[in-house]
Design a binder for this molecule. Sequence first.
Ligand SMILES: C[S@@+](CC[C@H](N)C(=O)[O-])C[C@H]1O[C@@H](n2cnc3c(N)ncnc32)[C@H](O)[C@@H]1O
Length: 229
Amino acid sequence: MTPFYTADYGSLYHGNLKDVIPHIEPVDLCLTSPPYYTPDRVFEGQVMGAEKTVDDYVSPLSGLLLSLRAVYTGRMYLILGGEVPEAPLRVVLALCDGGMHMHLPGFWAHESGINYIFTFDGDPKRMVYTNEGTRASIKTSDGDDVTERQVFHPGILSAKHEKFAGTHYPSFPPKLIKGILSHEPGSVIDPFCGAGTTCVVAESMRRRWIGIDVDEEALKRCGRRLKKA
Ligand SMILES: C[S@@+](CC[C@H](N)C(=O)[O-])C[C@H]1O[C@@H](n2cnc3c(N)ncnc32)[C@H](O)[C@@H]1O
């Protein structure tokens, strides 16, 4: 599949992630923020988040998130919030029903509220709890064997949103993404990359990355940011 944009350490792909995923090489980590459930804030071209009921939002989103397991071998960090507090929790329960294993959630505190930072492991063997805390054995796709490593727990990370003219959603603060990536080895995918903060931060840290988004304008914005990274 031809990338929309390629930088030194990764590529952006344009399209619905379910169509792009079969063409992607596996990576180590997934770090992403899908559209939140905001039924009272509908915008033109919206593909997800304005459904009539929470159920209508949870089922397709959790299906997409479960299908992503084909492209990352390590953990998934899922940042979710929105106008209906139960919606993120319902997504998480659907993922657990689908066989994913959740760590204790962390939080991202920002200027207008608090969002969840959920962390999942596909393989329960990675989650070894001891009296000294949570330990893990992780092998990255680069062959880096990080055994008995203290697993990163995000706790409460506080950072203001990035502001970009033209986006209808708030963007990740680079500080939040850097905080997570500096504790997680290997390459990263953000399949709902939006203005591409995950990709821009990974590029600046010289880490392999992949970004996907259905919105071409968002990818153009991301490409401009990558040129400066
Ligand atoms: C909350 S925004 C992500 C913001 C991003 N974290 C940032 O820092 O800019 C969610 C993104 O998901 C994209 N999206 C929604 N459904 C999608 C799908 N099925 N496949 C790919 N992208 C999708 C939207 O176009 C939007 O850009």
